[in-house]
Design a protein around this ligand. Sequence first.
Ligand code: GRF
Length: 193
Amino acid sequence: MGLSTGRSKIRTAVFISGTGSNLKSLIKFSKTNKSPISIEFVVSSNSKAKGLNFAKINNIKKKVLNFKNKNLSEKKLLSALKPNNIEMICLAGFMKILTGNFIKKFKGKILNIHPSLLPKYKGLNTHRRVLNNKEKYSGCTVHFVNAKLDSGKIILQKKVKISKNETEASLAKKILAEEHKLYPKAILKAFNL
Ligand code: GRF
């Protein structure tokens, strides 16, 4: 796939909006020898995001941008990423949609995790829609980001079985636990490792 690493780790930013449990798992992974990435920057679209705490306790630089004026926020974002030599971006529960213009600047170097078996259930409220449709399986997907929402090339997926009395909350919990394992695996795959 489109990513390659030399001797040093790829300087990566993780974008979040909430709890940041995927950020936590990515930080843990990035500290292992086998990881091709190092996490050097955290961006949050929400100043109250719990995930910002993981940046704090791991001494990772962070920036909060509200994206109310998307073009302005992306301009500020680029100005923050550039001096930190960020080469790759992992979206992890990031609830804003980046512009095509921004995505072009990191072409083939932005990954996202989505809690469904894409191309099914793009967008929000995936678990609710999956349950309403009485699906037997759901799961999570890591994919490259392109200008179309949740539509870039799929890197890796994990399928989970929906239980009899599944609720939105139980399904979310089950899938999130798989996300934490899938994202590192997908990064290794994206680097052909
Ligand atoms: C995850 O399920 C992710 O796939 C979705 O939002 C959730 C974020 O969880 N887009 P966290 O902030 O990583 O804990």
